[in-house]
Design a protein around this ligand. Structure first.
Ligand code: GDP
Length: 295
């Protein structure tokens, strides 16, 4: 995960390790390499620039050069800033409401259906909840089928109305079904398209308005880098979602999405997907991720 970024940052700090006495020039050089590493990881240019400016200001403020171990202090400042960049504190999931309604949004292929299953499994086993999965994709019967396969594998009931072409009604009926049958979490998996289109946006906006979820989650494939960030912005403008789910972090992702998304949409990354299995879900801890990146 983010191996290339880790390597490059490691090399950047080597500049400092090679010097007996560290000068302002060495620090500037290191930060330039840090910026380069971020850009290589597909972090947006302005974010990368602001990042190193902030670290530099802090380094000057703390008189980095006069401390005993300036290299270590600089690593710490970078780690703190990376943590901030990814959201600072861990963001929990809001499980208020009975049932708690969770709406999943995102493009087709982002991992919505898989993540819906993972979240249901997590809530069932870790939070002692009784979740219901809802298939609201009215365009692809295969998507409904896929949710049944997922539900079966974790022992969670799936609600669908294959004949109904109105996703608002399906979602509302599912909530009624949940109330009547003792489900305390309803996870609504919606239709996604390969690219953002107006019809999809209108549809999910209608569902969102009708069911007023406690949590609207935006699912995005971390492999898509800056595209992920742009898509997040579009969805957030329309849905004002509550959190981001970054999937496929087990792949060869460069890190750009994880590092840029919070700044662009000002919403936390809540969970990450790290594989195809139902157990491959992790709560996102910015500090742990920063520590991992810095090795
Ligand atoms: P949807 O169209 O948004 O519902 O996306 P799917 O849930 O069908 O996922 C698309 C593909 O990505 C499937 O082949 C999933 O198995 C795969 N996938 C989903 N999440 C992850 C993940 O965290 N890691 C990996 N490696 N694959 C994932």
């Amino acid at each position: 995960m983010f191996d290339n970024l880790s390597d490059k940052l490691d090399k950047a700090f080597h500049i400092l390790k090679g010097h007996g006495k560290i000068t302002e020039v060495n620090v500037a050089e290191t930060l330039k390499e840090v910026r380069r590493a971020l850009l290589d990881a597909d972090v947006n240019f302005k974010i990368a620039k602001d990042f190193t400016t902030k670290v530099k200001e802090k380094a000057l403020g703390q008189d980095v050069l006069t401390t005993l171990q300036p290299g270590q202090l600089l690593v710490k400042l970078v780690k703190d800033e990376l943590t901030e960049l990814m959201g600072g504190d861990v963001a929990g999931i809001n499980l208020s409401g009975n049932p708690t309604v969770i709406l999943m949004s995102g493009l087709q292929g982002s991992g919505k259906t898989t993540f819906s299953g993972k979240l249901a499994n997590y809530l069932l086993n870790k939070k002692n909840k009784k979740p219901l999965l809802v298939a609201c994709d009215i365009y692809r019967p295969a998507a409904i089928q896929q949710l049944y396969v997922v539900g079966d594998s974790i022992g969670v009931e799936v609600y669908s109305e294959p004949e109904n072409k109105n996703p608002v009604e399906i979602a509302q009926n599912a909530i009624k079904h949940a109330k009547a049958n003792g489900f305390n979490v309803v996870i609504v998996d919606t239709a996604g398209r390969l690219a953002v289109d107006e019809e999809m946006m209108n549809e999910i906006e209608r569902v969102h308005k009708a069911i007023q979820p406690q949590e609207t989650l935006f699912v995005v494939d971390a492999m898509t880098g800056q595209d992920a960030v742009n898509t997040a912005k579009t969805f957030n403008d329309r849905l004002n979602f509550d959190g981001v789910i970054l999937t496929k972090l087990d792949g060869d992702t460069r890190g750009g999405a994880a590092l840029s998304i919070k700044t662009i949409v000002n919403k936390p990354i809540k969970f990450v997907g790290t594989g195809e299995k139902m157990e491959a879900i992790d709560v996102f801890y910015p500090i742990r991720m920063a520590e991992r990146i810095l090795g």
